[in-house]
Write a protein of this length. Structure first.
Length: 305
C-alpha cells in the first residue's frame, strides 16, 4: 500500500488558491522547482492533469476542480494539527475572533470574560457583537454564540442552555388594558416587536392542552435591537416577546409581569457554533470550553426556581 502524497496535495491546494506557482512557493517557503516537481509528481501518480498551464495563465482542469475541496482540507487540517501541537508546549497566544448577539454579548460576555483574560494573558479576543447571522468561514470567525432554533447545517454545534421567550408587560399596562388569557385577546393589545426574531409580527404560542395558536397583534413599534424594548415596556407602551435573559431581573423585582403564563412561545437555545473542521487551535478550544462552563448555568435560569 502506498501512502498518499499529502505534501503534494497541500502544495496543489496552495497553487490553486493563489493561481501561481511562484506565489505558492513564496508563501510556503519553497523553491519554484520544488513546487513544480510536487505538482508534476502528483499528476504522474494520478495519470491526468490537475492544472492547465500556458505562458500567461494557470487554471484548474475539470479533474483539478473536482479534487480541490479535499486538497484544501488536507492543507487546512495539516496546518491546524501543527499549530495545535506547537500550542501544547507553549503558552497559548494569538487572536480568537468571536461573533455574538448584541444584547446578550453586552449583558453577559463582558462579565464572563475577565477570568479567561487573567488566565491567558497572551490570547487576544476580537468580539463582533451584532444580531446579523455571520458566515463563520467566509468572514474568518473562530466560532459564534447564537440564540436560535438552529437548522441542520455542516457547522458544529454545542448547546449551552435553554433560553425561554416570554410575553411580558408592565403591571400598570395590564391593570389598564387587561390581562389576556388567550392569544386571540392580544388583538386588542399593542405589540412591541423585535425585527430580528424569526416570528417578527406573527406570535406563535403553545398550550399543554389546547395546542398551538398564531396571532398577529397590532404593532406599535418595530426595533432591530431587543434592549430598546425594555424601557418602552416599563413605560406601559405595550407587550413584547423577550428572551428571559433580558427581563428576568424586571420579573424578579416586579417591574415586569409575564402575560398568559399558560401559553408559551417555543424556547430557543444558546449555542456555540463552530466551523466544520474539528481541528482547532488550542487558544480557540480553551475559550470554547471556558464559555461553555461559564454560560451553562446562567443567572436567569436560576430565577425560575
Amino acid at each position: 500500500m502506498r501512502l498518499p502524497d499529502l505534501e503534494a496535495w497541500a502544495i496543489f491546494a496552495k497553487v490553486a488558491e493563489l493561481g501561481s506557482f511562484s506565489g505558492a512557493a513564496r508563501e510556503l517557503g519553497l523553491s519554484n522547482p520544488t513546487v513544480s516537481k510536487a505538482i508534476g509528481r502528483l499528476e504522474a501518480r494520478l495519470g491526468f492533469a490537475l492544472l492547465s498551464r500556458t505562458s500567461r495563465r494557470l487554471s484548474l482542469t475539470e479533474a483539478g476542480r473536482a479534487s480541490l475541496d479535499r486538497a484544501s482540507r488536507i492543507l487546512a487540517e495539516g496546518e491546524a494539527v501543527e499549530e495545535e501541537a506547537a500550542d501544547q508546549s507553549t503558552l497559548p497566544r494569538g487572536l480568537v475572533r468571536v461573533s455574538a448577539p448584541l444584547s446578550f454579548g453586552t449583558a453577559y460576555l463582558g462579565a464572563a470574560l475577565p477570568g479567561f483574560l487573567d488566565a491567558y494573558p497572551e490570547i487576544t479576543l476580537d468580539l463582533a457583537l451584532s444580531d446579523r447571522r455571520v458566515d463563520l468561514v467566509a468572514e474568518g470567525f473562530d466560532f459564534a454564540l447564537r440564540i436560535a432554533s438552529l437548522e441542520d447545517s455542516s457547522l458544529l454545534v454545542r448547546k449551552l442552555c435553554t433560553v425561554r421567550i416570554l410575553l411580558v408587560g408592565a403591571p400598570g399596562y395590564f391593570d389598564t388594558r387587561g390581562r389576556p388569557t388567550h392569544p386571540a385577546e392580544l388583538l386588542r393589545h399593542d405589540a412591541l416587536v423585535y425585527t430580528g426574531s424569526a416570528q417578527r409580527g406573527a406570535w406563535r404560542f403553545s398550550h399543554s392542552l389546547f395546542g398551538e395558536e398564531v396571532v398577529e397583534p397590532p404593532v406599535r413599534l418595530w426595533a432591530d435591537n431587543a434592549d430598546m424594548l425594555n424601557p418602552l415596556l416599563l413605560a406601559r407602551q405595550g407587550l413584547a416577546l423577550q428572551p428571559e435573559f433580558l427581563v428576568w431581573q424586571g420579573l424578579r423585582d416586579g417591574t415586569l409581569e409575564i402575560g398568559m403564563p399558560d401559553w408559551s412561545p417555543k424556547p430557543l437555545g444558546l449555542h456555540l457554533v463552530m466551523p466544520p473542521n474539528p481541528l482547532r487551535p488550542r487558544r480557540v478550544q480553551l475559550l470554547i470550553d471556558y464559555l461553555a462552563k461559564a454560560l451553562a448555568d446562567p443567572p436567569w435560569s436560576q430565577s425560575q426556581a
